[in-house]
Design a protein around this ligand. Structure first.
Ligand SMILES: [Zn+2]
Length: 415
């Protein structure tokens, strides 16, 4: 049993790496094959030079992703297959402290090592890859400040959260998994609520829209869809990157729509109204709540499995850990969940694309499909998003429909 579980883990982790690299390669090839001509439906809006730049950018991203996946695989193998977690645990136990301080030493050491191991990748992504294609605006100083803030925020939020989970596991008997899942669910709702208001502002400035003509147009839209929503903000994304975007976030009183300042610079008022209508479509169709509902089913299932594993020696031995403990069970679980759920990626991507279509449909009905298309085309162009991703790749990963399908769907909705 111990051996089969060990080999199942090795098999799935290796399978994940191979699938990632193969898909990257398939996409890279597909994009290269289509780089010499702009697809007909975009030919009047996107020039060949921009199209080629997008292809080169995609190729570079695919290569980067393959290398970083291999790096993550090596780290995972070190921690689990080669017993790295156990070595660290034995070291932490060597201080002879009680369970809670031992857990604290172990978790902090693990977090710091993981952050250090992730640093080269993060530096390369920002200062080499993004820099080369002209997207990076992050200064080394800002980069360091961001990392320090991330560390501080994860310590302030993460450590008490981890401590509470440990106490639930240790003190609530055999049905602890149910309480732990409920606690986790509540925590996620609180984070969803707190993120836009308390955490995001640590990293970016959020201001109200100032452009009065735009505000008037937006108010017309809000009247049309009978919504009293005032929380649309502009975020100074341009301090880090010239990529443009807009998103909907939050929960309860803290829900808001955020425009990147980079996006507002390039879009015309009616295009912005259409993008806003799309984001409000996510709100009106309750997409965040639906995703949370689905996720909570998996959360209870996952914690039930952890509940069974927690008491079983096999669970620890199969992952090369000598001593069982609540904190080790949680950490192992954190490393194993992505490996075991990776095959679900296309399902969640499909679900997300379905939501995007619904939001587009809403935008066409309440704003303008033409304006939405022209906004999207500008976004594809400015972000150097490939117009011709491989169909297999986009089916597997894309949270948004690929350009051609999305535009033709919007056109069909307008008709
Ligand atoms: Zn969307």
């Amino acid at each position: 049993m111990t051996e089969s579980l060990f080999y199942l883990f090795i098999f799935l982790a290796t399978f994940q790496l191979i699938v990632k690299i193969v898909l990257n390669y398939v996409n890279l090839n597909y994009v290269r094959q289509h780089q010499d001509s702009v697809p007909a439906e975009f030919a009047d809006k996107i020039d060949l030079e921009s199209h080629k730049k997008a292809a080169h950018y995609t190729v570079a991203k695919m290569k980067f992703n393959s290398v970083s996946s291999a790096w993550h695989y090596a780290i995972l193998m070190f921690w689990i297959a080669f017993g790295g977690l156990n070595i660290l645990d034995q070291w932490a136990r060597g201080f002879g402290l009680d369970t809670t301080p031992t857990a604290l030493v172990f978790v902090c050491a693990l977090a710091l090592i993981s952050m250090a191991l992730g640093l080269p990748e993060s530096i390369y992504h920002t200062f080499v890859l993004e820099e080369k294609f002209g997207f990076n605006k992050t200064t080394p100083k800002l980069f360091v400040m961001d990392k320090l803030k991330e560390l501080l925020v994860s310590a302030i939020i993460g450590l008490p959260f981890f401590y509470a989970l440990m106490k639930i596991m240790e003190g609530l008997g055999s049905s602890w998994w149910f309480f732990a899942a409920t606690f986790m669910l509540a925590f996620q709702f609180i984070m969803l609520w707190a993120y836009p208001r308390f955490i995001a502002p640590l990293f970016n400035k959020f201001s109200k829209l100032e452009d009065q003509t735009l505000v008037t147009e937006i108010e017309k839209l809000l009247n049309r869809i009978d919504l009293n929503f005032k929380d649309y903000y502009v975020m100074n994304a341009s301090i880090r990157s010239s990529h443009g975007n807009a998103y909907f976030t939050g929960f309860g009183k803290n829900k808001r729509i955020v425009f990147f300042d980079t996006l507002l610079k390039t879009l015309a008022p009616q295009e912005i109204v259409s993008v806003l209508a799309h984001e409000l479509g996510h709100l009106k169709r309750k997409h965040i709540l639906k995703s949370m509902a689905i996720m909570s089913v998996f959360l209870y299932l996952g914690f039930y499995i952890l509940g069974v594993s927690y008491d079983s020696e096999v669970f620890y031995l199969a992952h090369n850990v000598q001593n069982s403990s609540s904190y080790m069970a949680l950490i192992l679980f954190m490393y194993l969940v992505p490996v075991y759920t990776f095959p679900m990626t296309p399902v969640s991507a499909w679900f997300s694309r379905r939501n995007e279509y619904e939001a587009d449909e809403f935008a066409v009905k309440n704003a303008s499909g033409q304006e939405l298309i022209s906004a999207l085309v500008k976004m594809y162009k400015d972000n150097s998003s490939s117009l011709t991703p491989s169909p297999v790749y986009s089916k597997f990963y894309f949270s948004h429909p690929p350009a051609a399908e999305r535009v033709s769907f919007i056109k069909s909705q307008e008709a």
